[in-house]
Design a protein around this ligand. Sequence first.
Ligand SMILES: Nc1ncnc2c1ncn2[C@@H]1O[C@H](COP(=O)(O)OP(=O)(O)OP(=O)(O)O)[C@@H](O)[C@H]1O
Ligand SMILES: [Mg+2]
Length: 292
Amino acid sequence: MTAKISIQHVQKSFRIQRNLGHLKEDSQPISALKDINLEVKKGEFMVIVGPSGCGKSTLLDLLAGLTKPSSGQILLDGKAITGPNLDRGIVFQQYALFPWKTTLANVEFGLEAKGVGRKERRKIALEFIHLVGLAGFENRYPHEISGGMKQRVAIARSLAYDPEVLLMDEPFAALDAQTRETLQSELLRIWEATKKTIIFITHGIEEAVYLGQRVAVMTSRPGRIKKVIDIPFESRRSEEDLRSHPDFVKLRHEVWDLLKDEVTRAQQQEIAKSLDGFEHNKSALKGGVSNG
Ligand SMILES: Nc1ncnc2c1ncn2[C@@H]1O[C@H](COP(=O)(O)OP(=O)(O)OP(=O)(O)O)[C@@H](O)[C@H]1O
Ligand SMILES: [Mg+2]
């Protein structure tokens, strides 16, 4: 069977310009992703876990078609992704809702873009608002609902226009632990009901093992896939039992083992980067003083 999504030798680097007042210079290009290879099957729940700054959002943007790889390619149903499309729904970490639209109008938005008529639009939107447990909140504005509810709206909006693939970039990271756990099991329920292919990004190990059928562990920057781990649970809906199950604990430990060196390396990179910035600012300041 051919893969739903095939990521082939994908690299991504960024060129950034330092702007220090009078001084402008091109830095060395930053290599964010290096030779990423991953196949995702139709209907699969794939989780990608990696340390902060390893290139997870960069990879998701590439999958969404918001940016292009520096080399390599990503195929969807065998065809290269060339830009954003309604065949892929995205849920970001920050609530990307229209603040001036109600829940209903936010969910209807993608359907409008797809050219669905007004009556049908309303019917579908209400269906998905119901699915994510927001019945009764149709006419509320984003500022009138909680963070967890906003993410439910974002999920409903992405699902309503019936994308084949749902791309999720740390969608629950900003939520409190309880809401996060509720939404995790909600998402599993929705996944089972809709049979979407899901690529879910997180830096939470527990979240990764709980949600994923497979978990791809990334290295620190430049991000590569270090290992893909199978999570062979039949059903994960009763999470209280699952999280304390010996197999769950073992898998969580396995992921942590793969990740811990990468996290340390990522932290060292962060420190080196800020020291580098500090040195640059210092020399720019010196230059400024002697020139002036
Ligand atoms: N548009 C850009 N221009 C320059 N550098 C960028 C750009 N986007 C990302 N980067 C760099 O690429 C690297 C990877 O960033 P990315 O946001 O993909 O990491 P991440 O894994 O999503 O991190 P986090 O867990 O903190 O969300 C970082 O070093 C970041 O500074
Ligand atoms: Mg990110």
